[in-house]
Design a protein around this ligand. Structure first.
Ligand code: ASP
Length: 610
C-alpha cells in the first residue's frame, strides 16, 4: 500500500502552546518560552491582543513582505516562537530573510483584518522603526512549511531549512525529551558518566568506523557502536547506576530510521533484575513522552518474544491496529489440501479486503513468496458467511473446515483472508509483514503504543558453519531456567534480554549481562569463540571481571527514533540538526572529503586507487 503523504502545515507562525497546524507539537507539555533578553524585549510569536499599547523591540528575519505603494510595507517578522505582522512606514529596502530589529507599538488589527490562522493574528506592530542588522541573499527555497522543497536542497542549506516552524518545533521537542530523560535518570539515582569516543571494537555486530592514529602509524582507534563495554566496566568500578546521552557510531547502510551516528539513552545498573531495568527505563520514556506531548502514556505493557512472533509475526509489533495472526493449524490439519498439512497454518483477516482485484492479489502472492513463504492462499468471506476463492484450494476444503476458518478468524462478509502454511517461524514472519503492508497506519496517526518484548532467544539461528549466532551480544545472560540446554539445544535457550518497541519501531534493547566467568565461557564456546579469541577481543573486560563483578544489566534506546515518533516524523533526518543523506554524504559541508597528501603522510596512510 502506498504511504499517505504527511499533511503539510496550513498556516505559518508557531503558537506558544498546543499543536502546530501540521500536527507537530510546538510548545506542548507545560513548555513556555524563555524571557526575552539581550537586543529584544518581546518575542514575535507571543504577542496577543492583551499586549495592545505595549512598546516592544523585536528581532528576527523577514518572513514575508508586502509593499503597499512606495511608503507602506507589511513585514512578517519571524523568530523561533513564530511571526508577527509589522507595519513599516517610509521607504526601506527590506527583503526576505533580512535580519531586523524592529521597535514599535502593539495594536489590534483594524476591524475585519484579523488572521484567525495565526496565533498573533489579532495584532500588528505599528509606528515601527527598523534597523537592518544583516542583509540576506534570496533564500534557496521559501522558508515556510507550506512548500516542501527538494530534500537535497534542504540539506545543502540546512541552516535555512532549520528556520522553518516544523524544524524549530522538532529541535525544541528533542531538547525537551533529552531534558526529561536526564531528570528522570537523575531522580532515580543514575549518574552521567562520559565514555571515550576513540575506543576499541565493541561487540554489537555492526561494521565500525576506524580512526588512524598519528602517534602510532598503522594503528587505529575504533569509534564506539555503543558504550557497552565501558558501561560494564563502570559497574565493576562500583558506579552502580550509570547513564549517558551517548553518541554511537555504526558504519551501516542508512535508512529512514538509521544514520551513521545516532544518540542513545545508555544506562546500566548493578544488583538489579530485568524488572528493575524496565522500571527505570519506562520512567524515563514516559517522562519524555509526557514532556513532548503533554500527556503521560499508560504503563508500558509486556509481551514475550514468542507471543509477539505468534500474534504479530515480528519482534517489533505495532499494536496500533488489529489484524492479529490467527492459528488455523488444528482447523486444517485433516484438510485434503496437502499444503495445509504443515507444521503451522496461519492467517490474517483484512477487513474489507474482499474488494482487492486480481492483480493486487497476485502481487500479494508474489510478495509472500519473496518473503520466503512456499505460497499464499487468499479467500474472501462471501455474503452468507461462506468462503469464496480459487477453486483449486477451496474444492479440497470441506464445509466444516470452511466454517471453522471463518469462526477462528472472525471473518465478516467482504473480508479477505490470507493464509500461509509451512514452518512456524516463516509462516509467522511472512504474515507479520503482510499485516504491516496492508494495515499499518502512517507514523503520525493513532496512539503511541509502547511494549516491552521480553524473553528473546539467546541465539537467533545457526550460521553456515553450524554455530549459533548471538541474538543480542555475547555478554547476554541466559534465562536461569534454560542454562542446562546451552550445549544440548542452544536454539531453545531464552535469554534475559528485552526490547522496547513503539508503534512497530524498535526503540532499543538491553539485557542482564553475564558476570560469571563459568557461564561466559560456556556461551563463548557455544558461539565458537575460543578462549584465545575471547582474550584478544575482550580480554580487558574479562580481566576486569576477575576483580569482582557485580550482577548487572542495562538498556539503551534511540533518542532519534523516539523523538521522530513523538514528532510524527517518518524519517529521523527530520529530528537531527545536521544529518547525512542515504549515501552518507553531508551535502552542506561536503564530507566525507579526501585528505591532502601531507595529512595522509602524517597518519602513515597511502590511498590505493582501484
Ligand atoms: N549496547 C546495546 C545497544 O546499543 C544496548 C544494551 O544492551 O544496553 O544496542
Amino acid at each position: 500500500m502506498s504511504t499517505p503523504e504527511r499533511p503539510v502545515a496550513a498556516g505559518s507562525g508557531a503558537g506558544g502552546s498546543a499543536v502546530g497546524a501540521g500536527g507537530w507539537a510546538v510548545g506542548a507539555g507545560g513548555f513556555s518560552w524563555p524571557e526575552p533578553a539581550g537586543m529584544r524585549d518581546a518575542w514575535c510569536g507571543q504577542l496577543r491582543a492583551a499586549d495592545a499599547g505595549r512598546r516592544v523591540r523585536l528581532c528576527g528575519w523577514v518572513a514575508r513582505r508586502r509593499q503597499h505603494g512606495e511608503h507602506l510595507a507589511f513585514v512578517d517578522l519571524r523568530d523561533r516562537t513564530g511571526t508577527v505582522q509589522c507595519v513599516v512606514d517610509g521607504a526601506h529596502d527590506l527583503r526576505s530573510e533580512y535580519v531586523l530589529a524592529v521597535t514599535g507599538t502593539v495594536r489590534a488589527r483594524p476591524e475585519g483584518t484579523a488572521n484567525p490562522n495565526l496565533p498573533t493574528g489579532e495584532v500588528e506592530v505599528g509606528d515601527c522603526s527598523v534597523e537592518i542588522l544583516a542583509q540576506a541573499e534570496p533564500p534557496p527555497f521559501p522558508v515556510t512549511d507550506r512548500v516542501e522543497a527538494d530534500e537535497a536542497v534542504r540539506l545543502r542549506y540546512r541552516y535555512v531549512d532549520l528556520r522553518r516552524e516544523r524544524m524549530q518545533a522538532n529541535l525544541a521537542l528533542r531538547a525537551r525529551v533529552n531534558a526529561a530523560i536526564r531528570r528522570a535518570m537523575e531522580r532515580q539515582g543514575f549518574i552521567e558518566v562520559e565514555t571515550p569516543l576513540l575506543w576499541t571494537p565493541t561487540p554489537e555486530g555492526a561494521r565500525e568506523f576506524a580512526v588512524p592514529s598519528r602517534m602510532q602509524p598503522g594503528s587505529f582507534y575504533v569509534l564506539p557502536q555503543s558504550p557497552q563495554i565501558a558501561k560494564q566496566l563502570l559497574m565493576v568500578s562500583g558506579v552502580d547506576r550509570y547513564y549517558q546521552i551517548a553518541r554511537c557510531l555504526r558504519d551501516e547502510d542508512l535508512r529512514a530510521d538509521r544514520q551513521f551516528e545516532f544518540t542513545q539513552l545508555d544506562a546500566e545498573a548493578s544488583f538489579v533484575t530485568q524488572e528493575d531495568v524496565h522500571r527505570f527505563i519506562s520512567e524515563a520514556v514516559l517522562d519524555a513522552a509526557e514532556a513532548a506531548t503533554g500527556v503521560r502514556p499508560p504503563p508500558i505493557e509486556k509481551m514475550t518474544w514468542a507471543d509477539a512472533l505468534d500474534r504479530y509475526g515480528t519482534d517489533k509489533p505495532d499494536l496500533r491496529f488489529g489484524m492479529e495472526l490467527v492459528d488455523l493449524t488444528k482447523q486444517l490439519a485433516a484438510s485434503e489440501f496437502r499444503a495445509f498439512r504443515a507444521p503451522a497454518v496461519k492467517a490474517i483477516r483484512v477487513p474489507g479486503g474482499g474488494q482487492l482485484g486480481r492483480s493486487r492479489l497476485d502481487s500479494l502472492v508474489e510478495r509472500a513468496k519473496a518473503l520466503g513463504a512456499p505460497g499464499l492462499v487468499w479467500m474472501r468471506v462471501a455474503e452468507g458467511g461462506d468462503l469464496d476463492g480459487p477453486g483449486a484450494v477451496l474444492r479440497h476444503i470441506g464445509a466444516g473446515e470452511r466454517a471453522a476458518v471463518v469462526a477462528a478468524t472472525g471473518g465478516e462478509p467482504g473480508d479477505l483472508l490470507l493464509l500461509v502454511a509451512g514452518e512456524h517461524r516463516t509462516t509467522c514472519t511472512v504474515l507479520g509483514q503482510l499485516r504491516v503492508d496492508l494495515g499499518r497506519p502512517p507514523v503520525w496517526e493513532g496512539p503511541h503504543r509502547y511494549v516491552w518484548v521480553v524473553d528473546f532467544p539467546l541465539f537467533e539461528g545457526i550460521d553456515d558453519e553450524g554455530r549459533p549466532v548471538a541474538a543480542h551480544h555475547p555478554f547476554t545472560m541466559p534465562h536461569p531456567d534454560d542454562l542446562d540446554l546451552l550445549e544440548s539445544d542452544p536454539l531453545a535457550v531464552r535469554s534475559q534480554s528485552y526490547d522496547l518497541v513503539l508503534n512497530g519501531w524498535e526503540l532499543g534493547s538491553g539485557s542482564i549481562r553475564i558476570h560469571r566467568a563459568d557461564i561466559q565461557s560456556r556461551v563463548f564456546s557455544a558461539l565458537g569463540i575460543s578462549a584465545e579469541q575471547a582474550e584478544s577481543r575482550f580480554g580487558f573486560l574479562l580481566g576486569a571481571f576477575r576483580y569482582g563483578a557485580p550482577p548487572h544489566g542495562g538498556f539503551a534506546f534511540g533518542i532519534d527514533r523516539l523523538v521522530a515518533l513523538l514528532a510524527g516524523e517518518e524519517n529521523i533526518r527530520e529530528v537531527i540538526a545536521f544529518p547525512k543523506t542515504q549515501s552518507g554524504a553531508d551535502l552542506m559541508t561536503g564530507a566525507p572529503k579526501a585528505l591532502d597528501a601531507r595529512s595522509l603522510a602524517e597518519l602513515g596512510l597511502a590511498i590505493r586507487r582501484q
